[in-house]
Design a protein around this ligand. Sequence first.
Ligand code: 5RP
Length: 232
Amino acid sequence: MNPIDRQKQAAGAAAALEIRDGMTVGLGTGSTAAHFVAALALRAQAEGLDLRCVSTSKATAEQANGLGLTVVPLDDVEWIDITVDGADEIGPGLSLIKGGGAALLREKLVWESSRRCIVIADAAKVVATLGAFPLPVEVVAFGHTATARRIRDAALRLGLVMEPRLRMRDGFPVQTDSGQLIYDLACGALPDPSALAGALKSITGVIDHGLFLGLADEALVGGINGVARLAR
Ligand code: 5RP
């Protein structure tokens, strides 16, 4: 395991210690979240914890089911006690860019149903200003190139110059778990993430974006000296 992966694993293991018997737990998506799911499954088995989990992606649901965790649909729960998920960037006030794994929509739906959200990451994810990581935006497949032009123009009005890039894999557009498309916006530094978030949400073909603002309650960040806890 490389040093970055060890930091992710340490953050995931620390987050697993936050879970109590009887909780409903939101499971994130990505390599850091996968470490949390693995650590949680070990704890649940060793301590006989009675947990219900809600997954943010098909991939995580598969992992969790395979490890013996009980996964239920979001529609079956009123509230989630705690959600633990990764991030692509952690900025000031625990503002986040998420969606590198194309799961941003389900992630945001789960986060918004959660009483407490913990973001877990390796230290390299903590930044002074969001935006070096291209912002993922989930877009309706119908008319997506027209939507991409509207995204470009809306960003330009905020002084952000970029051409939205359709995310591809093996020569085909990446499809999200909900069957939609992802555009990545390489805007560079985002001095006003909430202005961009508002502008993107007002475009009809945009389903959601990877800016998670005011959602994370705390962060557990793995580093060379162990795991640091950051508060909002
Ligand atoms: C998936 C996400 C992930 O949490 C994010 O991409 C971080 O991934 P990783 O833990 O693999 O670095 O938002 O949509």
